[in-house]
Ligand binder design. Structure first.
Ligand code: ASP
Length: 349
């Protein structure tokens, strides 16, 4: 009898420990962030600058990870990560946003909740410290998906956001980049080389060393909810009122539970026309492709053929991460449950 009780106890212990294991494995969680893609040449980055980028990326991914680890929501985690990057002058979002042709800052952001398929976005905002938080408010507190310019800021006031002066976003580095970009455009226009001028504004945009830094995050939480968000100052010397892909759901941002979550960075006009984030998730959903293959096909085949430069961070329902880019580098960091942070800039490290 005693013997029987002992065996039953042993069996129960084995069963419960394997159940715990299954439950733990059934609740994968992970997060990936990016800080923009482009021609990030090693020669232009001092070891100190490189370390500063790596430290900030690591801080941002950990801010999101610590929320996921405690069982928190993926939407909360991505905002925590993005806020760290928006508050850093190193990236083209929030402080450090690039200048428009007219010397202003016009910021775009969007967020998507894979659980509800709800989404929120803001475009062309000028006084919002953390545009991703306003996108979240549009999603949760308004009947709309996207608000722009003065209307978005008026809505922000009704939601208790404080408007900050435009000078909040000024940095010498970005201002010098604007002067440099305008000079190059002017030289080309004076020479009546409109093709070259258009190239500077368009196709070769990211070939210029300074035009990257958009930020984004994707996360899967322990409840299986996927979320994605993107925040940017857009492109240096962009014309008044230009809106890129970052606030466009399906282009720069997309999340759908059971399928995938994507945040993009790159030459926005291509990402809009090629519906990049949505296309990646459609491949996963309908063609049953892995997230790695789906993201790679869009970034390294479709976009390359089209002439579009940039990259994405993407996550699937199991927490698998893909971070393809077709530029020289993409600032990025990832962390999966129980694993250490990985921070990368170039292809190999
Ligand atoms: N995608 C952004 C835009 O076109 C720019 C970037 O990611 O660098 O506004």
């Amino acid at each position: 009898m005693d013997h029987k009780i002992k065996i039953t106890g042993l069996l129960l212990a084995i069963l419960s420990s394997s159940t715990t294991q299954v439950v733990a494995d059934e609740k994968p969680f992970s997060i990936a962030i990016h800080g923009g893609a482009g021609t990030i040449s090693k020669a232009n980055l001092t070891p100190e600058q490189e370390q500063a980028y790596r430290d900030k990326l690591s801080q941002a991914v950990n801010a999101g990870y610590s929320i996921l680890e405690k069982g928190g929501d993926s939407l909360v985690a991505i905002q925590a990560a993005i806020n760290v990057l928006e508050d850093s002058p190193l990236f083209n979002a929030g402080v450090g946003a690039v200048y428009t042709f007219d010397g202003q800052h016009e910021m775009d952001a969007s967020i998507m909740d894979g659980k509800t398929m709800n989404a929120g976005a803001v475009a062309g905002v000028k006084h919002i410290k953390n545009p991703i938080n306003l996108a979240d408010a549009v999603m949760n507190k308004s009947p709309h998906v996207m608000l722009s310019g003065a209307g978005a800021e008026e809505f922000a006031l009704t939601q208790g956001f404080q408007l900050v002066p435009v000078t909040h976003f000024d940095t010498d580095k970005r201002y010098n980049q604007l002067i440099d970009a305008k000079e190059k455009i002017k030289t080309a226009e004076t020479a009546k080389d409109y093709q070259a001028a258009n190239h500077l504004m368009g196709r070769d945009y990211l070939d210029l060393d300074y035009k990257f830094g958009t930020v984004g995050a994707v996360a899967l939480d322990q409840n299986g909810n996927l979320a994605a968000g993107t925040s940017t100052g857009g492109m240096t010397a962009k014309r008044f009122g230009r809106i890129g892909d970052s606030p466009v759901i399906g282009a720069g941002t997309y999340a759908e539970n059971g399928v995938c979550a994507v945040s993009a960075t790159g030459h926005g006009e291509y990402f809009i026309r090629y519906h990049v984030a949505g296309d990646i998730c459609a491949k996963v959903k309908y063609q049953k492709k892995s997230i790695i293959q789906a993201a790679d096909e869009v970034i390294n085949q479709r976009l390359i053929t089209a002439g579009g430069t940039g990259g994405v961070i993407a996550l699937d329902q199991r927490g698998n991460i893909a971070t393809p880019f077709n530029t020289e580098g993409m600032y990025r960091a990832t962390r999966k449950n129980g694993e250490p942070v990985q921070v990368m800039i170039w292809r190999d490290k």
